[in-house]
Ligand binder design. Structure first.
Ligand code: KG4
Ligand code: ZN
Length: 339
């Protein structure tokens, strides 16, 4: 079964063609980093205009790489949430149009769920459920108990900034480019992680929830140092910049690691499934690999951590088989999903 997937939830426009939920024939992503970098974050109106400009060429490119035509496609899959409503509507309406024009079914996919499926689709052996799912991305910090594909229970999530968003905001404070995650990771390698005693927030009576906004503010005050009213921010040396990056990353990952390990134990999960752009971070992978010799850790392969459409097409295949039919034209864009 050939599935064409479309992703346009935020600032990546992507199209992929996947066979039988696993075999990726093409995976094309057009990033908008150039468009948003001068603002240090995503500007929704600009994101939507760019999706409109590039979506059709991206679909054509994905078909060309896969050596297929639209008539070969059996099912269309689209991320219909969560995300920016205008951005979601562009991918969703394009998918509905393709489905109508070609008289083929389409299915709406939850982007968060697809981030976890990205790690499952690279596995050669069947997954042992229940698993703990950890989505660590620019928009989400979510822990889910995964009973099987399509059946999840929310264990915890961030009550303010997502982990990737915290990396991006801290990078902005340190004067680094957007998106800041990879730059913080690089700087952190040469910094001293114990120079600044940063601490992420605790969420009362919710041991698996996250709070990163206080951590970001602590970084801001560390940069301001002796000049709390300085505007613009006072200059800092490269060594201090590296120590702040290392201390921030260490604090954030210690918190995530502690909660993931405690949740895996509480819910008797032997496998942890990771998804989202922050799982690109090699320091995170190394520390979890060291701490969890007793657990099986499933990471997304290269090209499947950040937003992409291969995970949408892959999951679309399973959801279509489970549902036994596609969605109707009434399907709406959803800015928030409840698990
Ligand atoms: O999964 P993704 O494309 O976006 C959402 O679905 O939200 O992830 C993008 C996020 C950005 O915040 C970016 O800074 C972060 O992933 N990121 C990283 C790394 N690479 C990307 N964060 C930490 N370390 C990295 N190496
Ligand atoms: Zn994402």
């Amino acid at each position: 079964m050939l599935v064409l997937g479309i992703e346009s939830t935020c600032d990546e426009t992507a199209c992929a063609i996947v066979e039988d939920g696993k075999n990726i024939l093409s995976n094309v992503v057009s990033s908008q980093i150039d468009l948003h970098s001068e603002y240090g974050g995503v500007v929704p109106e600009l994101a939507c205009r760019r999706h409109v400009d590039v979506l059709i060429p991206i679909i054509q490119e994905a078909l060309q790489i896969a050596k297929k035509t639209l008539h070969d496609i059996d099912l269309f899959a689209v991320a219909h949430g969560p995300g920016l409503v205008g951005a979601l509507l562009i991918g969703l309406n394009a998918t509905k149009s393709l489905s109508l024009a070609l008289d083929k079914p389409f299915i709406g996919i939850n982007h968060i769920e697809a981030h976890l499926y990205a790690a499952l689709m690279s596995q050669s052996t069947p997954t042992q459920f229940p698993c703990l799912g950890a989505v660590l991305s620019g928009g989400h910090t979510t822990l889910l108990l995964m009973h099987k594909v399509g059946h999840y229970e929310l264990i915890g999530q961030t009550i303010d900034d997502a982990i990737g968003e915290a990396f991006d905001k801290v990078a902005k404070i340190l004067g680094l480019p957007y998106p800041g995650g990879p730059y913080i990771e690089e700087l952190a390698r040469i910094g001293n992680p114990s120079r600044y005693p940063f601490k992420p927030g605790r969420v009362k009576e919710s041991p698996f929830s996250f709070s990163f906004s206080g951590l970001k503010t602590a970084v801001l005050y560390a940069v301001k140092g002796q000049h709390p009213h300085s505007d613009p921010l006072p200059p800092i040396t490269h060594a201090i910049q590296a120590d702040i990056a290392a201390s921030f990353q260490h604090a954030a990952f210690t918190d995530i690691e502690k909660k993931i390990l405690a949740a895996a134990e509480k819910y008797s999960c032997k496998t942890i499934v990771f998804g989202g752009g922050v799982t690109n971070n090699q320091a995170l992978r190394a520390r979890l690999t060291e701490k969890c010799p007793h657990l099986s850790l499933l990471w997304p392969l290269a090209g499947l951590s950040l937003d992409n459409a291969a995970m949408i097409a892959g999951l679309g295949y399973h959801r279509f088989l489970q549902q036994g039919k596609g969605d109707t034209l009434e399907l709406e864009a959803v800015t928030r999903f409840d698990f």
